[in-house]
Design a protein around this ligand. Structure first.
Ligand SMILES: *Cc1c(COP(=O)(O)O)cnc(C)c1O
Length: 390
């Protein structure tokens, strides 16, 4: 029995990229805002119905976060050394704020949304020491533009939303997802829209977008004179070539992800477990998530997935503070993060995942859930060692 991989990305094949590569051969521009990056930005601008200049393509999603932070709040200052990030996210969120000189401070997420709750955060006792807040649109949910704009207006604290996986949500309802608050997208190979490595800062605040563009390119603006803190965060023409080819088949790929999520829903429905499945369009097409109900059920589901030859992943690990480097990170108590991170299991997705593979994944989970119901104590005593997948 072949193991079903948790993710098998499929980017455009060589023949689809070739016309764009030939264009590079002729023009001999390889980076620094060449014509292909410009074309990619224009096409994304049109897709997201954004104002001209509001999309800044970058070398990675993390670079997009760094540039958006440098453009909004700048580097950390002594009076406001902290950056609030959720405990439940991918490492990049914390890494980005550190690259801008901030000390990450972890706050717990809301149990229903899996995200920071701006209404609760407004009363946080440390806000006077916070220079920037980086909420995460978990698993490609729509960025909560309006709620964070209100928060920024009330507190004066700059906000940058890590919306790494939210490209589809932005395309689906740009007027809700895009606004003054800058968002950072990732075009990493594992995301639904991919350039291999890549990302973008997206905002309707064009002055802010210009600063992000400057932060991305050594602080240069017009002249070779560095005028602000910066990195080299540029996207190359080669990555833009992949991105343009990806855009050529955007709707086919989206339809394929939708079909896989619908297939999951049908099979989960057959075993009356559809309520605990979270897939496209609630989250990005590149994620299929099963929310186990208890810790014991989680253990049983992990064991069953392994027995059925199904790879799975806890996409956000078991909370940032459980990574070695962040073990002493400053933080609130994180009970929801701890609980969610364990129970929310990432199961296989690919745009060409077969119905029989989906059926095997659902059978495995159903088996784990059933065993936990019948004899939880036995399952747990036999399998109390859980393999962690990061
Ligand atoms: C993918 C991802 C990133 C990082 O993007 P890169 O393009 O790999 O740098 C950041 N945050 C979250 C939540 C992500 O899922």
């Amino acid at each position: 029995m072949n193991k079903i991989p948790v993710m098998r990305p499929k980017l455009p094949v060589a023949d689809q990229i070739l016309p764009y590569l030939r264009y590079i051969d002729v023009g001999r521009t390889y980076s620094n805002g060449g014509p292909l990056v410009a074309e990619l930005e224009t096409r994304i601008t049109r897709l997201l119905r954004s104002p001209a200049g509001g999309i800044v393509c970058t070398g990675s999603g993390t670079a997009a976060l760094v540039c958006a932070i440098l453009a909004s709040s700048g580097r950390a200052r002594a009076a406001r050394p902290l950056a609030i990030v959720p405990g439940y996210t991918f490492i990049a969120t914390a890494s980005a704020v550190e690259q801008c000189g901030y000390r990450p401070y972890l706050v717990d997420v809301d149990e229903m949304s899996w995200m920071l709750d701006p209404e609760r955060l407004i009363a946080h006792p440390l806000l006077d020491h916070v220079g920037v807040i980086v909420p995460v649109a978990s698993f490609g949910k729509p960025p909560q533009q309006e709620a964070w704009r209100r928060f920024a207006r009330r507190t004066g604290i700059p906000i940058v939303i890590d919306a790494a996986a939210s490209f589809e949500a932005c395309v689906a309802s740009p007027e809700q997802a895009i606004g003054d608050i800058p968002i950072a997208l990732s075009f990493h190979a594992t995301k639904s829209f991919a350039t291999g490595e890549g990302g973008a800062v997206v905002t309707s605040d064009i002055a802010l977008a210009d600063r992000a563009r400057q932060a991305m390119n050594f602080g240069f603006y017009g002249a070779r004179n560095s005028q602000m803190p910066s990195i080299n965060g540029k996207m190359s023409e080669y990555h833009a070539a992949v991105g343009l080819a990806s855009l050529d088949s955007l709707y086919e790929r989206q339809a394929a992800f939708r079909a896989v999520a619908d297939c999951y829903r049908r099979y989960f429905n057959d075993v009356t477990m559809a309520d605990n499945f979270h897939g496209f369009p609630e989250v990005a097409g590149c994620y299929a998530l099963y929310l186990c109900q208890t810790s014991a059920e989680t253990t049983a589901v992990h064991t069953a997935l392994e027995r059925f030859g199904v790879d799975f992943r806890l996409w956000y690990g078991s909370g940032l503070h459980n990574h070695a480097y962040y073990k002493d990170v400053e933080r609130d108590e994180l009970p929801v993060t701890e609980d969610l991170a364990r129970r929310l299991v990432g199961v296989p997705v690919a745009c060409d995942l077969s119905a029989s593979d989906v059926s095997r994944v659902v059978a495995a989970i159903a088996d784990g859930v059933r065993r936990d119901k019948i004899m939880p104590s036995i399952v747990n005593s036999k399998n109390n060692a859980i393999v962690g997948y990061a």
